[in-house]
Design a protein around this ligand. Sequence first.
Ligand code: MSP
Length: 472
Amino acid sequence: MTKKYITTAIPYMNGNPHIGHAMDYCLADVCARYLALTGNEVRFQAGTDEHGSKIAQKADELGVEVQNFVDEKAKTFKDFIAKLNVSYTDYVRTTDEWHERRVQEIWRKLKDHIYLAKYEGWYCTGCERFITDKEYAENDGICPDHLKPYEKLKEENYYLRLSDFKDDLRKAIESGEMLILPDFRKKEILKLLEESPDVSISRPVTQLKWGVPVPDDPSQVMYVWVDALSNYITVLGYPEEDISDWWPATAQFVGKDILRFHAIIWPAMLLGMGLSLPKVLVSHGMVLADGQKMSKSIGNVVDPNEVIDKHGIDAFRYYFLRHIDTFDDSDFTWTKFEDAYNNELANDLGNLVQRLATLAAKNGIKIGNDTNVSKLSPEYCELMDKFEFSKAFDYVWEKVQGLNKRIDDEKPWELAKNGETEKLEKCLTSLVLDLLQVNAELSPLIPGTSEKIASVFAGEINPPKTPLFPKN
Ligand code: MSP
């Protein structure tokens, strides 16, 4: 069995989960389930990012102790991930003692590429990012994402000498040794890499206490991204354990807004430690609400729990994996979600299962549990292998609709009425087997529903007592 390692971005613990956070988890989960289905041994990391100014400031605003604050939030996120039916195997909180200890070891390993210098420039707490003068000028001093003025910093920081790695990094990106998907993001990253100065990787404790202490210098804490990015390997036990069975990661899933950290700082750190670069960085688009970026100030943040509670987790996964494009920004609206639920899940898939199971049971058809991996079609595998999950879902859905059409065209009820037993048996058996083939392809996408469908047709056929997707 080949070993594969899949990762997700770890969300900041300064707020509650919103539908955008679900993207990383859903995409990575499909990938992990597909790899397991095709015979690989899979490890899959998830976790929470709990340090940094943004979180410290939020706890301060609320007048609560920051550790208690993140403990509370981390619970909410862990419940949320469970609700998404995400098959992760490894979990990290960046406040875990073992993570902090390993990050300090990572810092020590990077020692030759770290130097101390004065930083005088800009910072955006919302992005947790040092801002270059060029960017400051381009944005007139205001962060376009957080709509807040950049903060002026004048402090002594440790720097990571990015220039030590630029050439190797450029080559790795250009050659596809570290593949960046989608391809157009790769060009953006190459340009950004050329323009990137050395990276500031610490903050003085006088400015920020809530972070992992820099080893041998109690006056500094690590920049939150150095701490957070390291989670991908500390969770595997690095540097205390040999991670060569699992690292480099097969695929790392991140939103386009944080690709720059994953495609520049993270690989520079890996090169500095003498580790290989991840094989693929998959960068997904943003989920918009009614065409707009979700924000607390606009008041259009959609609570994922509300969406899941309405029609169940597979309706949520269906919408986010099919109607939200894997790579581009896409819109969530309640109307689109309800339409997809009623017209596609309930009418196409729900009805197909109900009527085929009823016809097959009535006519005494029996099928063994035959949903094995050899049934995955090459077209489907090709799309899944390219991380084109929304396209793979479209492809599977065409087959769902095709099966409905076949039932309408072949009219098994007429064959029964006319006593054409042999033809009837052949027709229904073939339809059921084809549905089971489609069902195998659905299993990484909507695993709960796929299990239910498999159990309807296993051995004695038992039509569902209640519809798979009840209409409102
Ligand atoms: N803590 C960092 C990630 C550290 S990874 C070592 C962070 N956290 S976040 O909470 O802001 O974002 C977590 C993930 O959710 C990111 O991949 C981000 O792109 C994704 N999304 C946040 N809002 C989103 C949308 N509206 N739409 C899609 N994904 C979005 O960044």
